[in-house]
Design a protein around this ligand. Sequence first.
Ligand SMILES: [Zn+2]
Ligand SMILES: [Zn+2]
Length: 509
Amino acid sequence: MKNGDVAEMLERAARILALRGENRYRVRAYRRAARAIAAEYRDIEILFRQNKLQTLDGVGAGLAAKIKEILHTGQLSLVERLESGVLPEAGDSIILLASALTLCTELIPELEEIAGVSSVSPTGEVRRCRETVERIELVMAVNDMSHAREALARARRLHNQRFEGNLCLAVHSFGLPLSLYLVSEDDYVRTMWLTTGSEKHVSEVSALVRGNTGGNLVYQNGKKHAISSEADIYRLAGLPFIEPELREGRGESAAGLSGELPVLIEAGDYKGDLHVHTDWSDGMASIEKMAEAAVELGYEYMAVTDHSRSLKIAKGLSLDRLAEQVKLIRKVQEKFPTLTILTGIEADILDDGTVDAPDEVLAGLDVVIASIHSGFRQSSEKLTGRICRAMQNPHVMIVAHATGRLLGKRNAYAVDMDEVIRCAANTGTALEINSSPDRLDINDLMAGQARTAGVPVSINTDAHSRLELANVALGITVARRGWLGSGDVINTLGLDALHTFLKRKKAGA
Ligand SMILES: [Zn+2]
Ligand SMILES: [Zn+2]
């Protein structure tokens, strides 16, 4: 077995444990070991034979035994057990968008294998990319209904199945509730549109259709007006196509009528990540490995922004280490002709609102991010004051994860975001959409507020491993839900324009 196979199996275990709402330290332990093995250049089989598994980052006796099991049997009985096994306690733990999307990626190909099923798509809150969802909803186009229902009843991982008409309610082995809408191919588009919602959006658009056509056509299977795509439904309403992320009843129909719907940012507009950690602080991979991953993603640039000196628990860099790192980046740069590796720092905002590095040091870095990692229980006045003071610093270009929330674990701290957005606008500082699955901070509404206030937004992953760079997709959904176009996001700038932006504040322009 190759390192990647073992890492994949452990990552799969981590994912299933996470989906089942298991203890997050356990989840993290598996994930950490997976990442260490994936990043390890020595052959895992050889490490095993030399009895050196425990030299790997995060691998203790327990995980070493699991790795041994994988090497011996090619499997992990834990995964087998979880996948077929008993349901976890029905918790009221929230479902992160990332978990929902992961499950969809696994489940949809399985459902599409079922005889009589022609296609399956996510709908509802998942399709609208809400940051957390109540259940996973899928529309299944079916050409043989009774066949499909029988096959579904036999599906190994779909428990507690119950039909309401052609809606199948079930619980997946991972403990996630599912709604499966089984519809004929003729009714697929209409059902997709209705179940995508939101209710408010559907009722607004339906009213427009009624006004224009004098009938309730959307609900009547489009007999008079053929509906072959969602765009047809919007056309009947006199609207341009409205992206699923916008369908929240937050003024999108009115904006559509007046021609003011924004053109949303897309993944292809994104040119580079400006908040990335390496093994110089608490990241898992070297600068070079992270740069390789960035090249694979087709990026023009990537900023290395490890933690600053006072963040001891995250191995924050002393000023000497930081200077060393900058030197190394210049050297590593020579190996990457297509990627610009920007130097940087994620500087702690200290208790008094100053930033954790002297100005002359900050002045020499390409990207300076400031963020709060302490004093979460302070008053709104104090916290807001700290962030706003940090933004006064002409070297601070981006404020990261401004509210500090961790979805399902920790509420946002008492920061006054109206005030933060005002300060960001006044000082020309960008606010980050942090793409970590449990952060998504700032959220969609705040991102929209920033856009309206003319505050530049930066979508970053805060990746601590190569795999986490891919989380940018989540950050982009937040931006889209906040009505952001590519012009609102600095990571869509080409390198020259980005440099101009990053220097703008220092120059006092
Ligand atoms: Zn941070
Ligand atoms: Zn960070």
